[in-house]
Write a protein that binds this ligand. Structure first.
Ligand SMILES: [Mg+2]
Length: 347
């Protein structure tokens, strides 16, 4: 293979750290995140997955699926510490590393002295030895296939996808496995009878552009084993946010506040997973007559302190007038950086 790209992904990361630190959680259905009923599941142990619980699921649903599960808030500073430890191992071995989240990274290798599989085995052993955790790795010649491979036989997986294996290895995969195809696109394609990657091969470029929007062409190439994205050492994030258009326009401030609080929980999960700090909080409102307002406020320092962020969201919400019905509400965190929190001065 010309380029060697590996995708590393820690297995059930937050839950595995907890099970490592707390023997009483081992072998149990453990759910990190989603302590309050409006929260979402951040990670869950493999024992919890047997009940159908998944990351990103509402904790309300998770509790219904597994009433006896152990739900904990988790210790994010501990996860960051372990994550840094793992990334420093990856950096030591690779030539370039691109961190995708707290538990996931692409690593590129140039001029390998050993076989890629040997290197991957060595890294897996090192991670286990230094942190007690298992990590899955996918090896290939581009990002798309490396990520697909790391997911192939989780947990503790190791899978190689070579160019000779493409495209037949992809034929029977459901289209949801195509990184870059969101749930909406998958549903849309399912409705017209496209379920597997092999179904997609029947269509030409214009179909991809029409049905998959701006990433269409990219996806057309990806499923043919072509992905030119580089492994970039430094990653800049501008903002993360979420919004919703309501089926019926909302009239009560209480409803809007509840929805924004739900968004806030999701975004806090997100910044914890991405291991970033934020400075600015913005609320966007669209009224029934399509007029928009946006209100925002910023901290003096970058932070990931949940209580401070929630307070700030409430401050910004006070600026929103409810004199007209509302058809859309959104929340965005911006001014995002990686790194450690500076101590906030109280004086
Ligand atoms: Mg993971």
């Amino acid at each position: 293979m010309s380029r060697i790209i590996m995708h590393f992904d820690l297995d059930a990361f937050f839950a595995s750290v907890e099970q490592l630190d707390n023997p009483e959680y081992r072998g149990k259905a453990l759910i990190v995140g989603g302590v309050s009923d409006r929260g979402v599941v951040s990670t869950c142990s493999y024992e919890a997955r047997k009940y159908g619980i998944r990351s990103g699921m509402s904790s309300y649903k998770a509790r219904k699926l597994c009433p006896n599960g152990i739900f904990i808030r988790g210790s994010h500073s501990r996860y960051r510490e372990v994550s840094r430890n793992v990334f420093s191992i990856l950096e030591r071995y690779g030539d370039a590393m691109e961190k995708m989240s707290i538990d996931e990274a692409y690593v590129e290798f140039k001029d390998c002295q050993k076989s890629p599989v040997e290197i991957a085995r060595e890294i897996k052993a090192k991670v286990l030895e230094e942190t007690g955790l298992t990590i899955s790795v996918g090896i290939s010649y581009n990002k798309f296939l490396a990520k697909l491979a790391s997911d192939w036989n989780k947990p503790d997986g190791l899978k190689v996808i070579t160019n000779k294996m493409v495209p037949h290895i992809l034929y029977d995969l459901p289209i949801s496995k195509v990184h870059g195809l969101g749930k909406k696109s998958v549903d849309k394609l399912n409705r017209i009878g496209i379920f597997y990657i092999r179904d997609l091969y029947k269509y030409d470029k214009s179909f991809f552009e029409q049905y998959m929007g701006k990433w269409g062409l990219e996806i057309y190439h990806r499923i043919r084993g072509i992905d030119k994205r580089k492994v970039e050492g430094h990653h800049e994030r501008k903002s993360i946010g979420t919004e919703r258009t309501f089926k019926t326009d909302l009239e009560s401030m209480e409803d809007i506040r509840n929805i924004i609080h739900g968004f806030c929980d999701q975004l806090i999960e997100d910044i914890n997973k991405k291991d970033v700090l934020i400075k600015t909080v913005s609320v966007k409102i669209k009224y029934y007559d399509f007029t928009n307002i946006s209100r925002s406020n910023s901290f003096t320092n970058y932070t990931r302190n949940e209580d401070l962020i929630r307070q700030m969201v409430d401050e910004v919400l006070k600026e929103v007038k409810m004199d007209k019905k509302i058809r859309l509400a959104g929340l965005t965190f911006s001014n995002i950086i990686e790194g450690e929190e500076e101590q906030m001065s109280l004086f």
